[in-house]
Design a protein around this ligand. Structure first.
Ligand code: MF3
Ligand code: CO
Ligand code: CO
Length: 279
């Protein structure tokens, strides 16, 4: 059975109940998510051939320190970096290292900042120099998956409506949806109920209610959907080594749809990509 609870009345751990946040929660999330979005904007000009993901991670740490924001991933379940940097066939949770980015790479940078206890979680794809048309198409399809997922959010619908919108579009474009990772409730906690699957059926999952806050973060592959986690315990890669992409926003359910908290102030959500229908 699904239960919902006024956010302030819930214990500070994921017990499976779905928190409903009021105006204070939405305001807290706006602040945290704005810092995250501004950091991701700053990275657009910094992601270049020759730059290492370690350098990117250092920038994420410093930017947080300069803006009253703590990276939520630091010491999270043994993770020791301020960001995840997932290159090419890495699906998610790539660990920043000292290897330089190369022309033609595509890299997802995923940042979660905590500001006044609120978590702002977002990720984007960054092309490194010139990328191949197949890679650019994957970025366009993945971004469109996120946008269609967001468009499905309204109170009264089920979480499955988000997954159905994403899966049907991805597969119509001959891409596949990763099943092993999902979006999640977020707010006071980094990873909370409910899970937001990026596949499935509109008749499934808990009902969306005004005040719910969660991420949508589809991982889409050019090849097959299957992933494996490397021996570092984090890095998830496509089993067939096909390219993978991901975009992530944090959203809150409102009376007439949703508010996207992690929009790019500079209009740089898809830097260097000819987007389908982006402003
Ligand atoms: N930010 C990721 C997400 O979207 C989670 C990263 S957890 C880490 O949920 F430990 F891998 F950093
Ligand atoms: Co997330
Ligand atoms: Co994230």
């Amino acid at each position: 059975m699904v239960t919902y609870i006024e956010a302030g009345a819930a214990p500070y751990k994921n017990t499976g109940v779905i928190r409903l946040y009021g105006p204070d929660g939405f305001e807290g999330m706006r602040k945290a998510c704005r810092v995250t979005a501004r950091c991701l904007d700053e990275l657009a000009s910094r992601v270049q051939p020759g730059v290492t993901t370690e350098e990117i991670d250092r920038f994420v740490y410093e930017f947080g320190m300069d803006h009253g924001a703590l990276p939520a991933t630091l010491n999270y379940r043994g993770y020791t970096k301020s960001s995840c940097t997932s290159i090419n066939h890495v699906v998610c949770h790539g660990i920043p290292n000292d290897k330089p980015l190369r022309e033609g790479d595509i890299v997802n940078i995923d940042v979660t900042y905590v500001v006044d206890g609120w978590h702002g979680d977002s990720s984007r794809m960054y092309p490194v120099g010139e990328i191949k048309r197949a890679a650019e198409r994957l970025l366009e399809v993945t971004h469109e998956c996120l946008m269609r997922g967001i468009a499905a959010v309204r109170s009264g619908a089920r979480t499955g409506a988000i997954g159905e919108a994403i899966q049907s579009y991805a597969e119509s474009e001959r891409c596949s949806v990763v099943r092993d990772f999902c979006g999640h409730g977020v707010g006071r906690l980094f990873h909370d109920a409910p899970n937001i699957l990026h596949y499935g059926n509109a008749s499934e999952g808990p009902e969306l209610k005004e005040g719910m806050i969660f991420t949508i973060e589809p991982m889409i592959n050019l090849g097959r959907p299957h992933v494996k986690v490397l021996s570092d315990g984090w890095t998830a890669v496509t089993r067939d080594r096909s390219l993978s992409a991901q975009y992530e926003h944090t959203v809150g359910v409102t009376a007439n749809g949703c508010e996207v908290f992690t929009l790019s102030p500079a209009g740089l959500f898809m830097p260097g990509v000819r987007a389908l229908g982006t402003a």
